[in-house]
Ligand binder design. Structure first.
Ligand code: SF4
Length: 349
């Protein structure tokens, strides 16, 4: 199903599925029992635009920490649990809004039933799914594409929950291979009515992950697939949130964000455009200014190339011109350029 048609579920006070809003999420990099660090990380991510955050539950201390963390944050919290059903029960009792758990990894049927019944009672969503590194053994050796292995593994998990009449489900099928990920999610969107959590797993450090995640997720997002997104980066959670926001904005799925245009510069450039561009973009991003702003290297092509911009600036010899919708409105010296442009930007807000 496309994201406007997927089944809706409540995660805390937010709704996933059945709408064109794609929720942004990231995962805390600190140990969950280090409450102060985790709370700080979650609140910083929330300020940057995260709709929800996930924490790992490795032990009893982590499961107990949820209670205190929940008191100090405003966005929904997801507990990531592997194999241990008791941690899932504790996490739900301690107020978590969603759990990420594959019931197929828990051998005790009674425990699965207990988790599902408690999740129903407390209105907790369960994300199930498959990663390329953890495909169910029964499908791992089959002579079928990875996308099908991921799909079958996820289906197996979904069926366990459906058996207990549980339907507040989110599904993920992550691979680090872009084509396999796209294929898997396309198949899943045809098979399941549930919202999809999309992401490229183990995507690498910032630069590599942004390229990989964009290459893998943009086609899905543009097709209308994906209800929540994570850009996984070997780096900080805050960067994951900002990268997700930028990707969604460029796919036309996140409005409250600037559209920034800057030229690559060339032999015609006679001013130092790079630091000016970086400073202007930071101002726009920090203030969530919903304008299209261009910073161009030269007057010859700048205003023309930046015609689609609400406002822009183009370099000359030791000076800049400021333009609106491609029409030059004033000339300023290189020293005055930043302040003058910001003044014009603010006048349009
Ligand atoms: S806008 Fe001017 S400086 Fe920038 S790339 Fe185009 S021609 Fe070169």
């Amino acid at each position: 199903m496309k994201r406007t048609e997927t089944r809706q579920a409540k995660i805390g006070r937010i709704t996933i599925g059945g709408q064109n809003k794609v929720l942004i999420q990231s995962m805390c990099k600190h140990k969950t029992s280090h409450i102060e660090e985790v709370v700080k990380e979650i609140n910083e991510c929330a300020k940057l635009g995260a709709d929800m955050m996930r924490v790992s539950i490795l032990d009893e201390e982590d499961a107990q920490a949820i209670k205190e963390i929940k008191k100090q944050i405003k966005i929904p919290l997801i507990a990531d649990i592997h194999f241990n059903g008791d941690f899932a029960i504790q996490a739900i009792k301690n107020g978590v809004d969603k759990i990420r758990l594959n019931p197929g990894n828990i051998s005790d049927e009674a425990k699965i039933k207990e988790i599902v019944e408690l999740a129903k009672k407390k209105h907790v969503v369960i994300r199930v799914g498959a990663n390329s590194g953890s495909v169910s053994q029964e499908f791992a050796d089959a002579d079928i594409p990875l996308a099908h292995k991921l799909l079958l593994s996820a289906k197996k998990q979904v069926q366990i929950l459906e058996k207990y009449d549980f339907h507040d489900i989110v599904i993920s099928l992550k691979a680090s291979n872009i084509r396999e990920t796209i294929n898997a999610y396309e198949l899943a969107s045809e098979l399941f009515p549930y919202p999809l959590h999309i992401g490229i797993t183990e995507a690498g450090p910032y630069d590599l992950s942004v390229i990989r995640s964009t290459a893998g997720l943009a086609p899905l997002l543009l097709e209308g697939i994906g209800d929540t997104i994570r850009i996984s980066i070997t780096g900080d959670a805050q960067s994951e949130v900002v990268a997700a926001k930028r990707l969604l904005h460029d796919c036309g799925l996140y409005e409250n964000y600037p559209t920034f245009i800057s030229c690559p510069t060339c032999g015609r450039t006679q001013v130092d455009v790079k630091p000016l561009g970086a400073k202007v973009f930071k101002y726009l991003e920090d203030n969530s200014i919903k304008l299209t702003v261009a910073v161009m290297g030269c007057i010859v092509n700048g205003p023309g190339e930046g015609k689609s911009a609400d406002i822009g600036i183009a370099g000359g010899k030791g000076q800049y011109v400021i333009f609106k919708k491609g029409e030059v409105i004033k000339k300023v010296s290189e020293d005055e350029a930043y302040d003058a442009l910001i003044k014009e930007i603010d006048s349009l807000r």
